[in-house]
Ligand binder design. Structure first.
Ligand code: GLC
Length: 406
């Protein structure tokens, strides 16, 4: 492990950039030359193992450009406006920026909340209350915005307005909502997402309008992470002596927990809900394991879930853990599928910790060993083929660093 640890340190150092007095880390200099919200949370957690100042700086930069609504954007472009994103072999810059986020230097959508947890992890290493207070207002505004703009009526489940807000851009969970068949080309998927971005822009990214008329999904991983982050907001508020906020965030976390159980649970599975088509998604993805992370299942149900789907080679037990889409799904494409089969390290990290929370140590060990084997065999790649372990997509991709936290 010491050798990998050194390699992780080197990768994190090499991908680090500075601009305007801020410091941030590129997920991959080659393909992702900007700053991404949930990536920066992963970076902060990785860095908290060996460079606490760099971890704090990563958080400072990712909090530095909130939208007027308070929402934290999923991309900060910094100076690299003219850089090109190669995605699906297509140059994305023109498409993304011309679809026009209607902002200056950031996107107008967000990504799953891991930010409060990342800040809490940093705080746990050195009890720096000043750092907590420095970040608190921006953090609080982000969660207030999610609560105000991304929910319906008195409900608390939050909705995403674009698949890219899930962090799993082309996951088959969003096929039906995008009007796509389980088998389609990467180009078709991208065309549908770009067209959705244009539709979102046409209503100025006003989430309520988007969620009602264009695209609105109560996604399982997003809401699971939202519960976890609300619980960490309560801890942060408590550490800062904000007793009222503490009560607000923990009551909200309980409400989301309750609504996930009431509205998204179907037997032992949680399924994302599409508000436009008024239906629950049916594609089986690794997201079925995500509820373990916020302990949404009873021990018996969790055991059944793991035995039925995780320890079963028809679904998710592949030579390399864990495929992001079940092996028997029509959409499964382990090599070229992006989020339609290949292994990604963040899902492995979430699932590892979810399994640990239930004491399923053998299964957690399987993920940990697989994750290490993938990095040792194929290096720090964006994704890996679960059938062969071959590295796919971007090189020098930071998420492999998460194995330091397993
Ligand atoms: C891809 C991933 C997304 C990630 C981004 C930068 O778009 O799907 O989750 O944040 O790359 O790494």
């Amino acid at each position: 492990m010491e050798k990998i640890r050194q390699e992780i340190k080197r990768l994190m150092r090499e991908n680090r950039r500075s601009h305007d007095g801020f410091q941030y880390t590129l997920p991959s200099p080659e393909l992702y030359p900007f700053q991404w919200l949930w990536d920066s949370c992963f970076h902060a957690i990785i860095l908290s193992h060996f460079d606490i100042e760099a971890a704090k700086n990563e958080i400072r930069s990712v909090l530095s450009r909130p939208l007027p609504s308070g929402l934290l954007p999923h991309i900060i472009y910094w100076k690299s406006h003219d850089a090109k994103i190669q995605n699906w072999g297509r140059e994305m810059r023109g498409d993304i920026i011309n679809a026009s986020w209607k902002t200056d230097g950031t996107s107008s959508i967000t990504q799953p909340p891991v930010i409060a947890y990342a800040i809490w992890r940093i705080y746990n290493t050195d009890n720096d209350t000043e750092f907590l207070s420095e970040t608190y207002k921006t953090l609080r505004d982000h969660f207030e915005c999610l609560n105000k703009d991304r929910t319906f009526g008195d409900d608390h489940l939050v909705y995403i307005i674009n698949p890219d807000e899930s962090g799993e851009d082309n996951s088959p969970r969003f096929d039906r909502a995008l009007g796509l068949a389980p088998k389609h080309t990467p180009d078709e998927n991208l065309d549908h997402r770009i067209s959705l971005m244009r539709d979102n822009a046409s209503c100025n990214f006003e989430a309520k309008a988007c969620m009602d008329d264009i695209f609105g999904i109560a996604d399982v991983p997003f809401n699971t992470l939202y519960i976890n982050d609300l619980e960490h907001m309560a801890l942060i508020a408590e550490a800062l002596g904000h007793e009222d906020d503490k009560a607000i965030f923990s009551t909200r976390a309980d409400a989301v927990r309750h609504e996930m159980e009431k509205d998204l649970k179907d037997g032992i599975l949680f399924r994302s809900y599409d508000n436009i088509h008024k239906e629950h998604g049916s594609a089986l993805t690794w997201a079925i394991f995500m509820p373990l992370y916020s302990k949404l299942l009873s021990t018996d149900d969790a055991r059944e879930l793991v035995d039925t789907y995780f320890n079963n080679d028809q679904y998710f037990d592949a030579p390399y853990d864990i495929p992001t889409t079940a092996r028997n799904e029509e959409a499964y494409d382990p090599k070229g599928g992006f989020w339609r089969g290949p292994v990604w390290m963040a899902p492995n990290w979430f699932t590892y910790h979810g399994l640990k929370k239930y004491g399923f140590d053998d299964e957690a060990k399987r993920i940990k060993e697989s994750s290490r084997a993938l990095v040792e065999r194929s290096g720090f790649r964006e994704q890996y083929d679960p059938e062969t372990g071959e590295g796919l997509g971007a090189h020098n991709f930071t998420w492999g660093g998460l194995i330091i936290d397993m």
